[in-house]
Design a protein around this ligand. Structure first.
Ligand code: SDX
Length: 393
């Protein structure tokens, strides 16, 4: 039940790992952060409090929360020389390419928090990444649209600060709508951690070699980018926009079931959930709130999504294979309504998941018995054979 597997008497491989951070019951569609249900946290908590919970294992007291928020707030600025780093990218680079590059480069700017054997440096690196990822993602967006960087502000909360850095311009005051900020905060909470998904496993494996924390998080960003993983929110909205109207849905359902057609319903299915992803339920409610705020409650993509979900959940193929909407099914609709281009969707997933990657990385590097990861393989290649000279082949 710990997920530890022994392949043979002489070799114990951690094909999985032991963790106390996040629990998923895929059959029941349950997700717990340190034992607390995700829907209760989304409703009653806020992202920085959830960060504290994931990092330290308990909900903070008021004083602990105030201190943590102050420490994060005071690390939101980037080393000014990183501005030149951003300017080295092409303007049309995908934001995830920029985020992956800049996060990986952080060890070159913050080398006083790269020694993983020093608890203080581990703590500072963790706070720095939680604090700086919104700035990095916002600046990647600003750079892609040719607008000047907007610096973080200490008078705004975490989600509002991110929205301000994305949408404010020097020419006029930008006031963050509190409903938008609350919706963004909830999106960050929903994406904060998800036990041993592909990108978190990547971070753990990179961390098991004692690589510096910034390089490990950059590896997680790279893995998350894939359309089968974190890139699904971008792919899902583009799919909904391609479907266009509800009368086109049956054709896409047919294609999704056709084994000869590589098309899959983006935002549907999951490696673990064989029931409704609890995050998708909260995300659907958030989508309705944001669309109503921006006055597009009749947004065609939401109508297509809701009708697609209704049809799919009644279709025997999806029922038999236990395919339900996942977190990415509605998140793209919300982010699109907020004004983000699809190219920013996975970057927002990455900044939200950074705390989960860090919590899992810290848990692993602070485990006194952890060893370098070495997943086993099942060799199915050629048996031993002798070399053949080229003239004899
Ligand atoms: C995330 O792991 C995590 O925790 C990830 C994540 C997180 O928070 O970190 O939750 C975030 O990555 C969510 C998933 C986002 N990806 C997508 O929405 C892309 C579309 N989904 C599929 O690519 C797929 O469902 C996966 C990749 C998510 C899961 O792949 P699996 O493990 O192959 O899916 P499965 O075992 O549940 O599939 C069972 C069957 C398969 O058919 P058979 O081989 O048994 O005949 O259902 C089929 C699949 O081909 N299937 C689909 C489908 N998803 C699975 N068929 C059509 N459309 C789909 N979306």
């Amino acid at each position: 039940e710990t997920g530890m597997f022994t392949y043979d008497p002489g070799f114990t491989s951690t094909a999985s790992c032991e963790s106390t951070i996040t629990f998923i019951d895929g059959d029941k569609g349950e997700l717990l952060y340190r034992g607390f249900p995700i829907d209760q946290l989304a409703e009653n908590s806020h992202f920085l409090e959830v960060c504290y919970l994931l990092l330290y294992g308990e909900l903070p007291s008021a004083a602990q929360l105030e201190d943590f928020e102050m420490r994060v707030t005071r690390h939101t600025m980037l080393h000014e020389q990183m501005v030149n780093f951003f300017r080295g990218f092409r303007r049309d680079a995908h934001p995830m390419a920029v985020v992956c590059g800049v996060v990986g480069a952080m060890s070159a700017f913050y080398h006083d928090s790269t020694d993983i054997t020093d608890p203080w440096q581990r703590e500072v690196a963790s706070i720095r990444m939680i604090a700086k990822l919104p700035t990095i993602c916002a600046w990647a967006y600003k750079y892609s649209i040719g607008q000047p960087f907007v610096y973080p502000r200490n008078d705004l909360d975490y989600a509002a600060n991110f929205l301000h850095m994305c949408f404010a311009v020097p020419c006029e005051e930008y006031v963050v709508n509190p409903v938008m900020a609350r919706a963004m905060d909830r999106i960050m909470t929903l994406h904060a951690d998800h036990e041993q998904n592909a990108s978190t496993s990547t971070v753990r494996l990179a961390g098991s070699s004692n690589a510096n924390p910034f390089a490990c998080i950059a590896a997680g960003v790279a893995c998350l980018w894939g359309p089968a993983h974190g890139g699904a929110n971008q792919a899902c909205l583009e799919m909904l926009q391609e479907i266009g109207t509800v009368d086109q849905i049956p054709e896409y359902i047919r294609r999704a079931k056709d084994k000869d057609d590589p098309f899959r319903l983006m935002g549907f299915g999951h490696r673990v959930y064989k029931n409704y992803d609890p995050r998708a339920k909260v995300m659907q409610e958030t989508a309705k709130e944001v669309l109503e705020l921006v006055g597009v409650e009749n947004d065609p993509t939401l109508q297509v999504a809701q009708e697609l979900e209704r049809i799919a959940l009644e279709d025997e193929y999806f029922v038999e294979k236990k395919l339900y909407p996942n977190v990415d099914f509605y998140s793209g609709i919300v982010l699109n309504a907020m004004g983000f281009p699809t190219s920013m969707f996975t970057a927002i997933f990455a900044l939200s998941r950074t705390v989960g990657w860090i919590a899992q990385w810290k848990e692993m590097v602070e485990d006194p018995v952890q060893r370098i990861g070495r997943p086993r393989q099942l060799y199915t290649g050629a048996a031993r054979r002798e070399y053949v000279n080229v003239e004899d082949r």
